[in-house]
Design a protein around this ligand. Structure first.
Ligand SMILES: Nc1nc2c(c(=O)[nH]1)N[C@@H](CN(C=O)c1ccc(C(=O)N[C@@H](CCC(=O)O)C(=O)O)cc1)CN2
Length: 288
């Protein structure tokens, strides 16, 4: 029997509606600033989607496009200007940056209270310590989809394949905080298939098209595919071989239409939450 599809598009639309409603309750309209350096085609698409979604969610979205030849000093100056702009509640620098730039230094320039990507040391530290903070959008979106299917993760075994700062590491910490038993797998893991087959919840974020196959999935497992791999002009696939895996999984996210849309919805949720804190009002309940 085929596993149930986890509809990320519908979940993202519902969250965006909650964000739009919450934004209207704030004393001042929230502001989101996106810095895009260079002309990476995929980044242009994602930033365009973020700007459009922000407008529909009653958030002032602004995009600062910089040439790929921009120097480190020029990018740092742009982020610092946004850090000092009181109308800006959230700042994100679209990744990846051009290779000549030091992304760590750029991200470190974002004030923690405006870090709506959840990538600064302060945000990562808050996540490790179990304190309130802004969490990365894709792991946060993944957790929202998991909890839709399984509200209580106690006693469940989660396997996260991939250990990036954008997804794998924060997602593992969020699963731990939700009382799952967590295994982190990566390129150096021996017998990856055996490890994956232990998972009640299998999250894959490695950037390798269809790497996880049906024989690596425990029957009835929840499969969260975070991969977004363009394999042809008009064809996107995830890190999981969907057609085979869906016959074994209990629930599975598609690509496209799964975790991706949740990334943008969670960015908007983070922006309204950051704005509420900066304006000294409670974070709307639905966005906590
Ligand atoms: N600063 C950041 N950079 C990047 C992030 C991030 O969270 N912060 N994540 C990814 C890219 N990304 C957002 O920036 C992103 C990727 C994919 C989608 C999405 O909705 N994908 C659709 C398909 C869209 C398409 O046709 O390409 C889907 O999966 O249904 C949204 C956002 C790396 N950079």
């Amino acid at each position: 029997m085929s596993g149930a599809l986890i509809d990320g598009k519908a979940a993202a639309a519902a969250l965006r509606a909650d964000v739009a409603e919450a934004a209207l309750t704030l004393p001042r309209k929230p502001g989101l600033a996106v810095v895009l350096v260079g002309d990476d085609a995929a980044s242009q698409v994602y930033v365009g989607s973020k700007e459009k979604a922000a407008g529909k969610a009653n958030i002032n979205g602004q995009v600062h496009r910089m040439p790929g030849s921009s120097t480190q000093a020029e990018v740092l100056a742009q982020v610092k200007a946004l850090a000092e702009d009181d109308a800006v509640d959230g700042i994100l620098v679209q990744l990846p940056l051009p290779g000549h730039l030091d992304a760590d230094e750029v991200i470190a320039t974002i004030p923690p209270e405006k870090d709506v990507d959840g990538l600064t040391e302060a945000s990562a530290g808050a996540l490790v310590l179990g304190r309130e903070g802004l969490t990365p959008c894709t792991p946060q979106g993944s957790m929202r989809l998991i909890r839709q299917v399984m509200p209580d993760l106690s006693g469940k075994h989660a396997v996260v394949v991939g250990r990036s700062i954008l997804v794998g590491k924060p997602l593992a910490l969020m699963l731990l905080a939700a009382n799952a038993t967590v295994t982190m797998a990566h390129s150096r893991t021996k017998d990856l298939g055996a490890v994956c087959r232990e998972a009640d919840i299998l999250c894959v974020a490695v950037g390798r098209p269809e790497m996880v196959t049906a024989d690596m999935v425990k029957p009835g497992a929840i499969v969260i595919d975070v991969g977004i791999n363009r394999v042809a002009e008009k064809k996107l696939v995830g890190d999981v071989a969907f057609e085979g895996a869906k016959e074994v999984a209990g629930h599975i996210t598609p690509v496209p239409g799964g975790v991706g849309p949740m990334t943008i919805a969670c960015l908007l949720a983070n922006t309204v939450a950051a704005s509420a804190r900066r304006q000294g009002v409670p974070v709307p309940e639905k966005l906590r």
